[in-house]
Design a protein around this ligand. Structure first.
Ligand SMILES: [Zn+2]
Length: 309
């Protein structure tokens, strides 16, 4: 599997006690080092997206605003949850370019692996067409999906989002898109409050009550998410991989376990093998309890590797 990673993304920081902290990347990375050393993960630097690429998913004025806001020192506040420091713009441009780098790798016939994980921050799924919010500056996964549809002729792109929060930004950007579908599970009611009902027929939203755990999510995948994926028969699978539905995560009240993330990874790899030559690109979204986050990312990657061809 390709691991798209830049240590520049560690320098983005939003204040000392902010849960979306640089430590998230270092915790995940150190728990993957043996997989890198044993060549199960191939590390690659992401490309740095320019404004034009980011504008595939965002309004021109919004992108210009974020580029201009970037401070030389200290913080600028975008919303109560979201700030920028001097390194945030560069990190955000790398996070926005990571999916394109992943696409180039899985399109390259000389590269054996068709799986990629973008270990970048800031996350992206709350960033709407004309608004950065909720720890997110640019919508990394939506930029990649639209690029794949416009430039690489994919016409049945499926985005799956298992972050505990509804990906309002992704829904806002891809609703009604003829070549992109979105399946999403999330705690509801909870931040950001959106997602019920879904805004168009290419969006499949599954709100979950607080307290839902392995049994509920396993059944949801078996009864809905897998059958819908089979019906779509995607030619590319993109995943908003958030790990904040974990039982130990402090930001929400779902009770997923490490093994649920292994199951997601394994099942997605099986579906990708069945429909799209194994092509799966995942994007790190949330996950704020560092131990649980590092274990869950590893379990998710191990699940995918267990089915890699
Ligand atoms: Zn989240």
């Amino acid at each position: 599997m390709h691991l798209i990673f830049s240590d520049q993304c560690i320098k983005h920081e939003m204040g000392e006690s902010h849960p979306e902290s640089p430590d998230r990347l270092t915790a995940i990375y150190s728990n993957l080092e043996d997989l890198i050393d044993s060549h199960k993960l191939f590390q690659q630097e992401p490309l740095q997206a320019d404004a034009e690429l980011i504008q595939l998913a965002h309004q021109h004025g919004m992108v210009e605003h974020i580029f201009n806001l970037s401070p030389c020192e200290g913080y600028v506040v975008i919303d109560p949850d979201t700030q920028m420091n001097a390194h945030s713009l560069k990190a955000a441009r790398l996070a926005a370019g990571a999916g394109i780098s992943a696409l180039q790798l899985i399109e390259d016939e000389t590269q054996k692996s068709k799986q990629a994980f973008c270990l970048t921050r800031p996350p992206g799924h709350h960033a709407e067409h004309n608004r950065a919010m909720g720890f997110c500056l640019f919508n990394n996964i939506a930029i990649t999906a639209i690029y794949a549809a416009q430039n690489l002729n994919y016409n049945k792109i499926l985005i799956i989002d298992f972050d505990v929060h509804h990906g309002n930004g992704t829904e806002d950007i891809v609703k009604g898109h003829p070549n992109i579908s979105l399946i999403s599970s999330f705690q509801h009611p909870w931040y950001p409050g959106s997602g019920v009902p879904a805004q168009s027929s290419n969006i499949f939203n599954f709100p979950l009550y607080a307290g839902s755990g392995s049994e509920v999510i396993g059944q949801l995948w078996r009864d809905q998410i897998i059958p819908i994926t089979r019906r779509i028969a995607p030619d590319l699978i993109l995943v908003s991989a958030g790990f904040d539905a974990h039982q130990e995560d402090p930001l929400a009240q779902l009770n997923f376990l490490d093994e649920d993330y292994f199951f997601f990874g394994k099942t997605l790899a099986q579906l990708a093998n069945e429909f799209c030559n194994g092509k799966v690109i995942s994007f790190l979204e949330g996950g704020y309890q560092l131990d649980a986050l590092a274990r869950s990312v590893r379990a998710y990657i191990q699940g995918q590797l267990s089915e890699s061809r």
